[in-house]
Each structure stands twice: as structure tokens, then as C-alpha cells.
Design a protein around this ligand. Structure first.
Ligand code: ADP
Ligand code: MG
Length: 707
């Protein structure tokens, strides 16, 4: 038996009670324990004592906060945060300038590590703006229980580089250290290793047994920086292993879907080409042509298309979707086009109906607002095959909707839908082609991982005649200037959005603020213009009325919460004014900005912010003013937020990684992907790897469908 699969209750010092505690936090086997890696390391060998500190050099000290707080200065905007730290040899002062939020982070009696340069000042020696870490409290000795073992403990917890684990349930970092140590000492010299030997050699990766020992208890001589950057030999090996297994799963899933067969695939005749030409309202951009060709190639194949189309806001995805739909319909298939909101579904419906006016195809709209009677009619016609194209919201996946022969599923703004909804709509046909579209450019690393089983098309080119949007960030104190500018735009016949953040769509306080803002603009600032308010709590038909009359130009200023964020297209709107821009996420701001710049006029995005901003807030606004390239924005957003938050939702199918980090380790991910593809192409390796992945991959990464 695999020694890693041994249950934890057989571990020395773990009784039934402890084992039950561990199970509650998801730790059942030795593998669970050993694959719960340190989140960071502390070098407890090389802290300097406070008594030995000398000015002019940098040093790390570990100690306890004695006092801390903000010190007022004579200049009102200038704040100093000050802390007194002591260890058993003495105490030292640390100071930070203009970082008032530190006041919320530190408390007396916290254990901290500071690293910074020492200066001699009138107040004595002090550490200037040190980097800091707050250590979890270590008065855990009482809870230590059966697993702790006197003096052995000492060498595990001090005098060396020690691993620090995340606390979970009542498993503290110290307890985990002891358990891990015991587990390692009971492991046999050789462990079965899922990684093929050739790959280990090619990438200079160490064996699994050593990696597990080293990752928890690095030998002296291992650099602490290297460890905390997750670049030690042990960490690299384990990250590679995780990525490799994950990629094997993705590749297997993709290959499995390629064995599915559509009832029939499309054919492209002169007639189809002619139909497409008749419908096109403008010349396609090069990227649009390229992507349509990729899609049509997929549709001609015997297995179903699974393609993700990434194109920045305004890049013209709708017409691409329509071309795909036309090809399907010309081949006698039905098409379902799903959008995340009713406003957007309706807008697609209107656009497409206009373009298809002269064709023989019948289309309809189905949303939550569709009446029961109409709904029954639509259902009958869909099942009978007399409706060729249906546009709708998630109402489309609701149960009674059945198709005659659904051949193509198009999903707009993919990230708004869960994996489950995609699957549900797909299951309404016999292996239909699937095209998902997103305006959230996904950094390449993430695309490989989250969507590794989809083929990806990218449109970076914008339709001709667009002026790049000018973006500026201004403090609230400059509001009058901004209003003056807005007035010029309105006088010139343009329209504007004013976006107000709602922390939660249901927050009454924020809603009142947005309402007051709309009233104030209407009565005091722009009495000559019509101002309207749009928010998520309006009834659907009210929302639509407002949107329609903004689209017709009857409303000049649309004050809105972020419901307007996705997909809405009003080409005469040239100003996007965002209130409290510091509260929005980077990708969200980019999406909002994409609502303007859709017509022939120069457009502007104005980000009004309230000081003081956090460093992150400042970085976000800076990124927006520096670039309009959605892919650059996405990379910046990812690095500011980390992949966990990137999509804002767990549903998005992001893998739960134990040691790898998509951003930090993207190069390893790409290497792992290449090796996974190669390994599965090699019949001798493919079989054992497939078996291994089937037995472990699905549960480990929480994804389904390896086949
Ligand atoms: P998105 O990719 O954000 O969904 P849309 O499909 O809504 O973009 O297109 C944005 C605008 O650009 C629409 O008004 C559309 O008619 C126009 N458009 C798209 N492609 C072209 C093109 N090749 N030439 C001119 N205008 C185009
Ligand atoms: Mg769109």
C-alpha cells in the first residue's frame, strides 16, 4: 500500500480523538498532512537581538509590540505611525510615514518581525519604515497535547528555519509542525512517485521523498528568501508535480470531449457564404475574420466545438456570434444565445433581429419577463423547430425549454455564468457546438489553467474609426471642473454615464446616495438636461424603459449603479464618470470604461476618487490611466488581486491549488502543460498516468469530466 495513504490515526502520538479533530479539518491521511504546505518560513536562526543593533545597517528583529499609535504632526495630512518593540535584550522604536492604516493592524502584545534599516535620530536609534510581519500568537503550548515531545520540540520551533502553517480548526502551526515531523520520520526511504523519471531529469526536479522532507524542514543553508519566494528545490518539485497532474486532467478531459460525435457537422456552401455577405452591415476587422474562420473550422469538424472567444469590450464579438449562428441556421440547426442580463439579451435580440430582417429565419426572445402565455408558445415553437434562433437569459436553461435540433450554443460574458449553466444549456442538444464569449481578457496563464480544455480565440483589434478613450483620475475636490467639462459635452449633444458604487446591490444607504446624486445633478447642476437613475432594484420593465430612452437620446445623463456594466451599447455616450473610483476593482472599471468610445466621437473616462487611497487603489487608477489594453489591465489586475479573487467567484472553475500559484509560477505551469501533452502522447506513459489521474485528479481539483 502507498504509505502516504495511511490514515493519520496510525501516527505515533495521534489518538482517536486527535484523529477525529484532524478529520474535521479535512486531514485524513499522511498525504493530506504532508501536502498541507507551509505558507511561509521564519529564519529563527538569524534574528538580531535588539541590544546588538547598529545604525546604518539593515536587520531583522523579532519581538513584542509594547506600544503603538499614530503621532500627530504639525502638517495636517502628514501622519507618522510609531511602534515600540522589545525582545529580551531591549527595545527599539520603528516609524512609518503616511501609512495610517497601520494603526488598524497592530496592537500591543502582538509578536512581530521587522526588517529594515536602522537610523540614529534625535530620539535615539530607530527602524525606518521596516517591512513587517505579524506572527500568529504562540501561547499555544496549552493546546499542544499528546503530540508534543519536550526537547525535540525545541529544535522544531526555534534555532532553525521553521515552517509556518495556516491555522485551521484547532490545529495550530506548532501542532502541525510536530505531526509533520512524526509523519516524515515514519515514511519509508522510497516513495512511489507519479512523476515520470524523464521529466524529473529534464527539469532538474528532486525526488518526492526528499522534496516532502525539505519543504517542511529545510536544511540549514537553504536561503530564507528563496523559500519565501517558493523557489527552493523542494518547492519547485512539488509545484511542478501539482501543475503536471492538473494539466494531465485538463488534457484528458479535452481529449475525451474530442471523442464525442455530433449527429452531423456543418457544411459551407456558396449559399451560406452569400447569406453571410447579405447580412454583414460593415467590413469585418482582420481579427473578426480570423476568429470567424476558426469557429467555422470547428463547426465543420465531427466533434463538438468548445471555443472561448476573448475580445475586449467593443471589439465586435456580437457580429462574430451572429456569423456562427447564421452558419448553423443555414445548415438547419437551431441556435441558443444566452446573455447574463435582460438588458443585454434584449439588446442582442434587437441588433440581431435588425440584421436578420431580410432572412427567412425566425427568432425570439425569452427572459424572466416573458409572460407565461408567450413562454408556452415559444416552447412549442422551439420544440417544433419553427424558431431558429432564441436569445435569452438563464431562462433558457430552465427546464421545460426543449429544442428540435439545437446545434449551436452561444454564451455571452461567460464569466457571469457558472460552469453548471454552461453544461445545462449544452445538454439541451446532442453534443452541440459551444461558443463562449468574454470581454474579461484572461491572462494567458489563467486561460491555460481555467480554460485549458477550451480552444481560445482572441480579438485584440478594434473596429476602425475609434478614438482611444482618454482616461483621467481626479480627486473629488476638482468636481467643479469636471462638471464644467461634462456640460461642454452635453452642450455638444453628447450623453454621459455617472456611475455610483453600491457596496451591495441591496444597500439602502448607498442607494440613497445614488438617488441624491441623481437629484442633485438634475436640479442643481444640469437643470437644462434630463437626468435618470438606473439601479438593480428597479423593476425589470422600468429598467428597460430607462435604458431604451437613454439609447434613443432622450436622457442625457444616466446615473447608474454597475448594472450598466456589461455589454450595453450607446454610441452617442462619450463620458463615463465614475464616482468613488477607488472602490471599484480594476477589471470592473475597465468594463465600465468600455461603455463609451463606441461611436465616432472622442470619449472620456473620468475617475473621481476620494483621498486617502490605499496603495492598491492608487495602483488601480494608475493602471487605467496608463493603458486601454484589456489584456494589460487583466495582467495588472491579476497581480494586484491574486487569482483567487480574479473572477470574483469560485464557480468559475478555478482550481484549488495547494502549493502552486498561477501568477508566481506561471512558467512552471507552461512547462508542466507541455510535459503533460507529451506524456499522454507516449503510449507507455499514458496508461499509468491516466489511471493515476482518474483516481486522484477529480477529487483533488474538484473538477469533473476526465472521462
Ligand atoms: P463587444 O465585443 O463589446 O460585444 P459589440 O459586438 O457590441 O462589441 O460591438 C461594438 C460596436 O462596434 C457595435 O456598435 C458594432 O456594431 C460595432 N462594430 C463591430 N464590428 C465592427 C466593424 N468591423 N466595423 C465597424 N463597426 C463594428
Ligand atoms: Mg458584447
Amino acid at each position: 500500500m502507498d504509505p502516504l495513504q495511511s490514515p493519520l490515526q496510525y501516527l505515533k502520538g495521534v489518538g482517536p480523538r486527535r484523529a477525529a479533530d484532524l478529520q474535521r479539518v479535512g486531514l485524513h491521511t499522511v498525504e493530506d498532512l504532508l501536502y498541507r504546505f507551509p505558507i511561509r518560513y521564519e529564519d529563527r536562526g538569524t534574528f538580531q537581538t535588539i541590544a546588538s543593533l547598529r545604525p546604518g545597517v539593515a536587520a531583522s528583529v523579532a519581538g513584542e509590540v509594547v506600544t503603538c499609535g499614530l503621532r500627530p504632526t504639525r502638517r495636517p495630512r502628514f501622519k507618522i505611525f510609531e511602534m515600540l518593540v522589545r525582545d529580551r535584550t531591549g527595545s527599539v522604536r520603528a516609524v512609518w510615514f503616511n501609512q495610517p492604516f497601520l494603526n488598524d493592524m497592530f496592537r500591543p502584545r502582538q509578536r512581530v518581525i521587522l526588517y529594515g534599516k536602522l537610523e540614529l535620530t534625535a530620539h535615539g536609534i530607530q527602524i525606518l519604515s521596516p517591512q513587517y510581519e505579524i506572527l500568529p500568537s504562540e501561547d499555544e503550548t496549552g493546546a499542544e497535547g499528546a503530540a508534543s515531545e519536550g526537547h525535540e520540540d525545541e529544535t522544531l520551533h526555534t534555532g532553525r528555519i521553521v515552517p509556518v502553517y495556516e491555522k485551521t480548526g484547532n490545529l495550530t502551526t506548532k501542532m502541525q509542525r510536530v505531526l509533520v515531523h512524526t509523519a516524515l520520520s515514519q515514511l519509508p526511504e522510497r516513495l512511489p512517485d507519479p512523476m515520470p523519471a524523464g521529466i524529473l531529469a529534464r527539469h532538474h526536479l528532486i525526488d518526492r521523498r526528499s522534496a516532502l522532507a525539505e519543504v517542511h524542514f529545510p536544511q540549514s543553508g537553504t536561503g530564507i528568501d528563496e523559500l519565501n519566494r517558493f523557489r527552493s528545490a523542494a518547492q519547485r518539485r512539488l509545484i511542478f508535480e501539482e501543475f503536471f497532474l492538473f494539466q494531465l486532467g485538463l488534457v484528458l478531459r479535452k481529449r475525451h470531449s474530442e471523442t464525442e460525435r455530433k449527429p452531423r457537422s456543418v457544411v459551407i456552401t456558396d449559399e451560406v457564404r452569400e447569406a453571410a455577405r447579405r447580412v454583414l452591415p460593415f467590413r469585418l476587422t482582420g481579427d473578426q475574420k480570423k476568429v470567424i474562420a476558426e469557429i467555422v473550422e470547428d463547426m465543420k469538424r465531427p466533434h463538438p466545438m468548445n471555443r472561448l472567444l476573448q475580445g475586449d469590450v467593443g471589439s465586435g464579438k456580437t457580429i462574430v456570434a451572429l456569423m456562427a449562428a447564421l452558419v448553423a441556421m443555414e445548415n438547419g440547426f437551431q441556435v441558443a444565445f444566452m446573455a447574463p442580463t435582460e438588458i443585454l439579451a434584449e439588446q442582442h435580440f434587437i441588433t440581431i433581429r435588425r440584421l436578420l430582417e431580410s432572412s427567412r429565419f425566425r427568432m425570439t426572445l425569452l427572459t424572466g419577463a416573458t409572460s407565461a402565455k408567450k413562454r408556452r408558445e415559444v416552447q412549442a415553437e422551439l420544440a417544433g423547430g419553427s424558431i431558429h434562433l432564441i436569445v435569452g437569459t438563464h431562462a433558457l436553461v430552465e427546464d421545460p425549454v426543449a429544442f428540435h435540433e439545437l446545434g449551436l450554443v452561444i454564451i455571452d460574458e461567460q464569466h457571469r455564468f457558472g460552469v453548471m449553466q454552461r453544461a445545462a444549456l449544452r445538454s439541451k442538444g446532442m453534443h452541440p457546438d459551444v461558443l463562449v464569449m468574454t470581454a474579461t481578457p484572461i491572462p494567458r496563464t489563467l486561460a491555460l489553467t481555467t480554460y485549458g480544455d477550451l480552444d481560445v480565440s482572441v480579438m485584440r483589434e478594434m473596429p476602425p474609426g475609434r478614438h482611444p478613450i482618454k482616461t483621467i483620475a481626479k480627486p473629488e475636490s476638482r468636481r467643479d471642473e469636471i462638471y464644467e467639462f461634462l456640460r461642454q459635452q452635453l452642450d455638444a449633444g453628447r450623453q454621459a454615464y455617472v456611475i455610483y458604487p453600491l457596496v451591495e446591490e441591496s444597500s439602502k444607504v448607498d442607494l440613497r446616495a445614488a438617488t441624491e446624486m441623481a437629484d442633485h445633478l438634475a436640479q442643481d447642476v444640469f437643470p437644462a438636461y434630463r437626468v435618470a437613475l438606473l439601479h438593480g432594484r428597479l423593476k425589470q420593465d422600468a429598467k428597460e424603459r430607462v435604458m431604451q430612452s437613454f439609447a434613443r437620446g432622450e436622457i442625457s445623463i444616466l446615473v447608474s449603479t454597475t448594472v450598466v456594466e456589461v455589454g450595453v451599447d450607446v454610441s452617442n455616450a462619450t463620458v463615463m464618470l465614475v464616482e468613488h473610483a477607488e472602490r471599484f476593482g480594476l477589471s470592473q472599471l475597465h468594463q465600465l470604461r468600455g461603455r463609451v468610445g463606441r461611436g465616432p466621437h472622442q470619449s472620456y473616462c473620468i475617475l473621481l476618487y476620494q483621498s486617502p487611497m490605499t496603495d492598491q487603489g492608487r495602483e488601480r487608477l494608475k493602471a487605467l490611466t496608463e493603458t486601454t489594453d484589456g489584456f494589460v489591465i487583466a495582467e495588472r489586475d491579476l497581480s494586484l488581486r491574486g487569482p483567487g479573487d480574479f473572477f470574483g467567484t469560485r464557480q468559475s472553475g478555478m482550481p484549488t491549488l495547494r502549493v502552486g500559484d498561477l501568477l508566481r509560477d506561471h512558467q512552471l505551469m507552461e512547462d508542466a502543460r507541455r510535459e503533460a501533452v507529451a506524456a499522454l502522447d507516449d503510449p507507455r506513459q499514458a496508461e499509468p498516468l491516466t489511471a493515476f489521474v482518474r483516481s486522484s485528479w477529480e477529487q483533488r481539483f474538484g473538477l469533473v469530466g476526465v472521462g
